[in-house]
Design a protein around this ligand. Structure first.
Ligand code: PMP
Length: 405
């Protein structure tokens, strides 16, 4: 493990906690990641020194808050390599961004018998908003299947695309198998039939470099709390031509330019999608998290985590009674597994008793679990602060579970 990652562990105060009398092993970053001290301090500094509202105050504190908020937007633009900061909308998180898009695209562009295509890997957050949009508009939801490894079946996806396809919405990285989807290929296929593309990036940007221009997608959403930032804020990137055509579905203060009793005209991008007071302190915390990730280097983080994921699969494969679920060709973030004869929730509880935090259950992907005939899985997910001894502690606790099973 490189020196910078050894040192980085010291930046995460929660790793000094003991859980059930053991030093904490945190392997649940796919649910929410840990916050390093520079992020915690930056939020504290902002709250202590600049508690003005943004884009409306006439006083200095408000101006400073607005400046810091817009600087955070510029940091997010650089991180995702968006062409301009006005293409970055602050949302409350990936779920909020996806709901916003499903409502707006549904209202503006979906008609009867039109089709929305998603994949079988989708989290409920990128499924239910489209179900609802299709129901409201009389459109159809099509679901692309997987192959036996847990990779998207690209031929089957292609076969679903046609002249009625209006939207293709897929996850960048699966929160169940860790599958990295070939977004560029999916986007090209969708664009060839004139569909708009939405990428659920909740699991990606803490694990690999994300460049929305290279991916070529029309929309990309992610959550701060999965990339070392605080809860309550996320990003929605949009291609300019699409953002300009999108009806704002949330209205109120902040997002208007002229208002009369009967009419309102809307602000320029990106403010027209940010009705009400935005999550200012959270956005500033997110920018500090991005600075932290960039200082370590996304490529180095990707390498470090890939090495840990490979080690996790190798160690779990060596346990007789353990089955690793999903063997994607390219993996990030998570490894799912089950212990023979034991419910995943029981395994999760046993691991917790050993100080090892994982997630167990459906992972908000119930239709996928039903298709696989599973009651859920146990999911270990890594962050840049994990090391091989965390994985050894996981396997030690899994071995104990195998004895109970
Ligand atoms: N999509 C995926 C793939 C996820 O893993 C998650 C979080 N588990 C979400 C969407 C939703 O993210 P949030 O809860 O931050 O809105």
């Amino acid at each position: 493990m490189s020196n910078s990652f050894v040192q980085a562990r010291g930046d995460f105060p929660i790793l000094r906690r003991r859980i059930n009398d053991r030093p904490l092993v945190y392997l649940d970053s796919a649910a929410t990641s840990l916050m390093p001290t520079p992020v915690i301090d930056q939020i504290g500094r902002f709250c202590a020194q600049q508690p003005g509202n943004v884009h409306r105050s006439t006083h200095l504190l408000g101006e400073q808050a607005s400046g810091a908020f817009e600087a955070a937007r510029a940091t997010a633009q650089r991180f995702l390599n968006a062409p301009h900061s006005d293409q970055i909308v602050f949302v409350r998180g990936a779920t909020h961004g996806l709901n916003l898009l499903a409502r707006a695209l549904g209202e503006g562009f979906l008609g009867e018998d039109d089709e929305v295509v998603i994949s079988s890997l989708e989290h409920h957050a990128n499924l239910i908003p489209w179900q609802q949009a299709c129901r409201r508009r009389g459109a159809k939801l099509r679901v692309a299947p997987l192959d036996e490894r847990g990779d998207l079946d690209l031929d089957a996806l292609d076969a679903l695309l046609g002249p009625r396809t209006r939207v293709v919405a897929v996850t960048h990285v699966s929160n169940v198998f860790g599958t990295i989807n070939p977004i560029r290929a999916i986007v090209d296929a969708a664009h060839a039939v004139g569909a708009v593309t939405v990428v659920d990036g909740a699991q990606a940007p803490a694990h690999l470099p994300v460049d929305v221009q290279q991916l070529g997608c029309d929309f990309y959403v992610c959550s701060s709390h999965k990339l070392l930032g605080p809860t309550g804020v996320g990003l929605m990137y949009g291609r300019r031509a699409w953002l300009e055509r999108l009806p704002p579905v949330e209205t109120g203060g902040e997002m208007v330019s002229e208002v009369s009793w009967q009419e309102a005209s809307f602000s320029a991008l990106p403010h027209r999608f940010e009705a009400g007071t935005p999550p200012v302190a959270q956005a500033i915390g997110l920018a500090a998290a991005i600075d932290y990730l960039e200082a370590l280097g996304m490529q180095a983080i990707e390498r470090h985590q890939n090495e840990l994921l490979e080690y996790t699969v190798e160690r779990l494969d060596a346990c007789d009674r353990v089955e690793v679920i999903g063997r994607p060709r390219r993996r990030a973030s998570v490894v799912s597994f089950n212990v023979e004869g034991m419910h995943p929730l029981d395994v999760g509880a046993l691991l917790d008793s050993q100080g090892v935090a994982v997630r167990a259950g459906y992972h908000c992907a119930q239709p996928l679990m039903n298709d696989l005939g599973l009651q859920g899985t146990v999911r270990a997910s890594v962050g840049l602060y994990n090391n091989r001894s965390d994985i050894d502690r996981l396997v030690e606790a899994v071995d104990l579970a195998c004895e109970f099973a």
